[in-house]
Design a binder for this molecule. Structure first.
Ligand SMILES: [Zn+2]
Length: 588
């Protein structure tokens, strides 16, 4: 099989930004919205009659294809590959306005449906002809109390991009064009961030200082940005009647508030486990204490270089052993130019997987030939497999909760890890265990520490009106110290990590990592005991968003209304930390 390492956007979407089909697709979408709006705002029978509602919902669902996201995705992905692509950015902005206007024509539909009388809603939910839409309708009716009036909703969505998106874009644009000196040349920030963990101590600290210096220089802009978008959220939360800053996110992720708070509480109460891990890590690095730059540092002398081709072979085989279907999806994406592999100047950092109804699933990586990059490949391909399996569902349900998303990705990451560990020599066992724990600690404890940071961030800005950059940095340090413990010595500059930590701009998104990681651990344990359990896992992967998170996992036999599954996961990590302590003690 021939692997392609760059996105083939010209083949997957349009040959160029000026392609006439691009504009035609936009116009067709606008017309479809117009037609639907005219038809269903004139005759309102669908608000009281089940048969009429089925017809309306079918047409509403079809709009997901008719109003194709392809033009906007094409522009967005070009920008992801090259921050300097101003032509793409300009098109993104123009399209955003047009799509918002077209979408605004449809706002009435869900709003009016949500406002139907409770007795009508009951009747609708019972109607057998609406069975296929029942979950969607249940969610709509439950969340309708947070809806505003039609003109208010329209205004908020029209102002959304300029009062939120473009603030983020401004900081991202600046970060994407910044570089730091390394090894006699200048490297992009995203490459530096990827590199730090693999460097020996002195070089690691030097590169980290240079990186933090750059972040600090952007902090003035990031301070304005973060305060603005957090205050904007306060305003909309108040208007919509959300009491807690995290409530909208949890409900949006189709999660149960109690279940999420049980998770946050359980993990926060067990920060002792991550602190214990960092004490062993200091021993492994032969340091009396740790700096913040050391938190992801590799220990010992793992010089194992894993080329992308090698990573592909190993991950593919591990996925195939679970189910050949997963390897087929993996192959198809790589052969089709749907994976962009290597870092380059102007390309955004980190990794992600993008999926939309009727669109090709795309994966972006910044592969640097190490084990961590291999696991990232497995993680993002896990998202891709989840996306492709969810295409079995009806369009309304093809999108899924971020929480079930992170469960899928960490599940496949774990599968790849176990396969990778088998290829290591016995000498590398300690390092392998350390590396796995480090990723687990980051996904489970660090993200909950970040969640706690966000709670503080929102509540403080709500109370005081502004948090200056120095205070933001201080608050960040406080929460990062809470899960790492006294072994880690922070300097004030460390806190400027808030400048580039994109997740905190997605408001409370971070809990999904912890939730997903602990649930995927439970699923993996069950697969290890019984290979046939993968069928249950696949059932979940195919369900997209056809039920709440708790309901989807209940089908796999997990009760997430209780903290048991979370505590089970925390205990098993503690066991691993103790194991690492023993191995390190033996080494002397
Ligand atoms: Zn992920």
């Amino acid at each position: 099989m021939k692997i392609k390492t760059q996105w083939e956007l010209n083949k997957l979407f349009y040959p160029s930004l000026k392609d006439k089909h691009l504009l035609k697709d936009v116009e067709a979408g606008e017309r479809a919205a117009e037609t639907f709006a005219k038809k269903y705002s004139q005759n309102k029978r669908w608000l009281s009659n089940a048969k009429a509602l089925v017809q309306a919902l079918k047409e509403y669902e079809a709009l997901m294809f008719k109003m194709s996201p392809a033009p906007a995705l094409y522009a967005t992905f070009r920008k992801e590959l090259n921050a300097k692509d101003k032509e793409a950015e300009a098109l993104m902005n123009r399209l955003d306005e047009r799509y918002t206007k077209a979408g605004n024509k449809l706002v009435f539909f869900e709003l009016e449906l949500g406002k139907t009388a409770p007795a009508t809603q009951k009747k609708i939910l019972k109607a057998p002809e609406l069975a296929g839409y029942r979950y969607w309708l249940t969610q709509l009716f439950a969340n309708a109390k947070h809806d505003l009036s039609e003109p208010e909703e329209k205004m908020l969505s029209l102002l959304g991009d300029v009062s939120f998106g473009r603030w983020l874009q401004a900081v991202e644009n600046i970060l994407n064009t910044r570089t730091v000196p390394f090894g006699g040349k200048k490297i992009p920030l995203n490459e530096a961030q990827e590199k730090i963990r693999s460097l020996p101590t002195a070089k690691r600290h030097a590169l980290n200082s240079a990186l933090m210096q750059e972040l600090k220089e952007v902090a003035q802009m990031a301070e304005s940005e973060l305060n603005a978008v957090v205050t904007r959220k306060k305003i909309t939360d108040e208007l919509r009647g959300y009491k807690e800053p995290y409530e909208a996110t949890v409900k949006g992720y189709e999660n149960d508030l109690k279940s999420v708070l049980a998770l946050v509480q359980a993990v926060t109460h067990h920060f002792g486990i991550s602190q214990r891990f960092y004490r062993v890590k200091a021993k492994l690095l032969k340091q009396k204490s740790l700096t913040y730059a050391d938190r992801s540092a590799f220990v010992g002398s793992v010089k194992k270089k894993i080329s992308f081709a090698k990573a592909v072979r190993l991950v593919r085989k591990a996925f195939a052993e679970l189910d050949p279907k997963y390897a087929q999806i993996f192959d198809r994406l790589l052969a089709n130019g749907q994976v962009d592999v290597y870092p380059k100047a102007g390309k955004r950092g980190g990794a992600f997987c993008s999926h939309s109804v009727g669109m090709p699933t795309l994966v972006l990586l910044n592969h640097v030939d190490d084990a961590h990059s291999l696991l990232t490949l497995a993680h993002e391909m896990g998202h891709a497999i989840h996306s492709e399996r969810s295409k079995k569902e009806r369009p309304f349900y093809q999108d899924y909760s971020t929480v079930t998303a992170e469960t899928a990705s960490t599940f496949f990451e774990r599968v790849a890890f176990e396969a990778l560990a088998k290829t290591l020599s016995s000498k590398e066992q300690v390092i392998a265990l350390h590396d796995r724990l480090q990723d687990d600690v980051s996904a489970i404890f660090r993200q909950i520490a970040c969640f706690n940071f966000e709670v503080d961030l929102h509540n403080t800005i709500r109370a005081r009106g502004l948090l200056p950059k120095e205070a933001l940095a201080k608050l960040m340090n406080k929460h990062m110290a809470s899960y790492t413990g006294s072994i880690m010595k922070f300097v004030p500059d460390d806190g400027y990590v808030f400048v580039s930590w994109s997740h905190i701009r997605r408001f409370f998104y971070v809990y999904s990592y912890s939730y997903g990681q602990l649930v995927s651990r439970a699923l993996w344990e069950r697969v290890k005991k019984d290979k046939k359990f993968i069928k249950k896992v696949d059932e979940y992967l195919c369900s997209g968003g056809n039920a709440t998170v708790e309901q989807i996992f209940a089908r796999c036999g997990l009760d997430l209304h209780k903290p048991d599954v979370f505590l089970e996961g925390l205990k098993s990590i503690e066991k691993d930390v103790k194991e690492l302590e023993k191995l390190v003690a033996k080494q002397g």
